[in-house]
Design a protein around this ligand. Structure first.
Ligand code: SDX
Length: 428
């Protein structure tokens, strides 16, 4: 009768060991009993970039990379994107169930009542250069928020945690819009409590001298869906960062600033901005073959393609591609879409990309919609951060409530010089 165990023979000693298999994994700590002598530390796993290491168990988001499946608390992303509002998704991620009408109304009111930030934040933002990248402003200001809510350090108190989580979901769009207005030399726009979450963000971004900002319904809806599509994605680079910083019991504002910093990288959340630069550089369909050739020659990456987990089409990219058609119908087409569609077609037929299972990811089409909405390139990763904030927070709280977790502190394989005596400067 088969057993859920792994039998390991250490050929250095001839000894055999049996380790349990659970959820498709073995515990790395079980390898420590494999030694060549009593004083031996025991075996570790070596896994740069954690390509084959589960750092946690989680009940929040499920991804099947081979099948291109993404589910939030068991609900398929395609259904959630079509049928739920972003704030419904925030509640789902953080509470495990979809809210009923009363819960959603109460949560919406709570978020609405927390959208303003301390006036000192305006002076803080005014201290940035006129051309400061909005992501640099966002990760700085969200970290600075920790100084306004010192009680947030009390991460062991569930009620306190939820207040801070609601504040962050509510205030991130405000900080993001302030960063944009600073960049454009425009006066900041205060939140409008009459508007939806996405509508209010558009208001704080684009309101000029009109008495009341009225968001374009198609744009407001598309933005709400885009926030949902970015809301969580299990243990990606920025979420893992949120968890590592959270594991030291840092407050959620500081942990989220670190997560935003990780997202800023061009290989992660910065890719949506890079895709637009890439499409602009290609410039026309006729120049796609030469560009593809340069990528295959190792001269650069096809930004918006490839994924550590998805070895199939990113399901979010499919939804975004459909959303693009709706937005372009409403507010005009982004001419770069034709190059993007042709580029995708050629790449998906090219052996180089097929062999490496490189498909469009969430960033390939999202920037095209943002640009059509009037969102400048350097704000695109900021919008990714707004969407991902509830996921970062849900994963952070799950970490704090997980009895298996403790401060994250990986090991290393040391390959440096062995012990040697110090050499005085006159002898070097
Ligand atoms: C996000 O983890 C998440 O869930 C992230 C995310 C989320 O929601 O949080 O989904 C959001 O970050 C999406 C990814 C956005 N980044 C990009 O679009 C940047 C371009 N993509 C690549 O840099 C890359 O695909 C990564 C970083 C996304 C994944 O890299 P991996 O898993 O480390 O894969 P790899 O770099 O080892 O690539 C394997 C092979 C290599 O070729 P060989 O050395 O084997 O010959 O595929 C090649 C790579 O050179 N490759 C690409 C490529 N991506 C991988 N070649 C050309 N263009 C690309 N985009």
């Amino acid at each position: 009768m088969s057993k859920d165990t792994l039998t390991i023979t250490d050929n250095r000693t001839g000894k055999t060991y049996e380790v349990d298999i659970a959820n498709g994994t073995i515990k790395a700590m079980d390898l420590r009993k494999i030694k060549v002598s009593e004083e031996d530390f025991g075996l570790m796993t070596y896994d740069p970039a954690f390509q084959n290491t589960a750092s946690t168990s989680s009940k929040i988001t499920f991804i099947d990379g081979d099948k291109g499946i993404l589910e939030y608390r068991g609900y398929p992303i395609e259904q959630v994107a079509e049928k739920a509002s972003f704030l419904e998704v925030v509640w789902l991620l953080q509470n495990g169930e979809l809210p009923n009408a009363k819960q959603l109304e109460g949560f919406r009111n709570q978020v609405t009542m927390h959208t303003m930030v301390h006036e000192n934040m305006r002076e803080f933002i005014d201290g940035f250069r006129y051309d400061a990248h909005p992501m640099g402003i966002l990760l700085s200001t969200v970290g600075a928020l920790s100084t306004f809510y010192p009680e947030a350090k009390n991460v062991g108190d569930a009620t306190n945690r939820r207040i801070q989580m609601t504040r962050l979901v509510a205030k991130i769009p405000t900080l993001a819009a302030y960063a944009y207005r600073h960049r454009r030399g425009l006066p900041i726009v205060y939140p409008d409590n009459d508007l939806s979450y996405a509508g209010n963000f558009l208001n704080m971004m684009f309101k000029m001298t009109e008495p009341k900002y009225r968001p374009n319904p198609a744009v407001e809806k598309a933005l709400d869906v885009l926030f949902t599509l970015h809301a969580d994605h299990e243990q990606n680079c920025s979420t893992s960062t949120m968890r590592v910083v959270g594991s030291s019991k840092a407050d959620p504002y500081s942990a989220l600033a670190a997560a935003a910093a990780a997202l800023y990288g061009p290989l992660h959340g910065g890719a949506n901005e890079e895709v637009i630069y890439m499409l602009r550089k290609i410039g026309s369909k006729e120049r796609i073959p030469d560009f593809i050739k340069s990528v295959k020659a190792g001269e650069g990456k096809l930004m918006g393609f490839g994924h550590r987990v998805y070895k199939n089409y990113d399901p979010r990219a499919k939804v975004i591609k459909r959303l693009a058609d709706e937005v372009f119908d409403a507010i005009g087409k982004n001419p770069l879409i034709d190059i993007a569609i042709e580029l995708e077609k050629i790449a998906l037929e090219d052996e180089y990309f097929v062999k490496r299972k490189l498909y469009p990811n969430v960033d390939f089409y999202s920037g095209l919609i943002y640009e059509a909405m009037g969102i400048p390139l350097d704000m695109m990763t900021v919008l990714f951060a707004i969407g991902r904030t509830p996921g970062w927070l849900a994963q952070w709280e799950e970490l704090l409530n997980d009895p298996e977790q403790k401060i994250a502190r990986p090991r290393q394989v040391y390959l440096g010089p062995s012990r040697r005596e110090f050499v005085s400067i006159d002898k070097r």
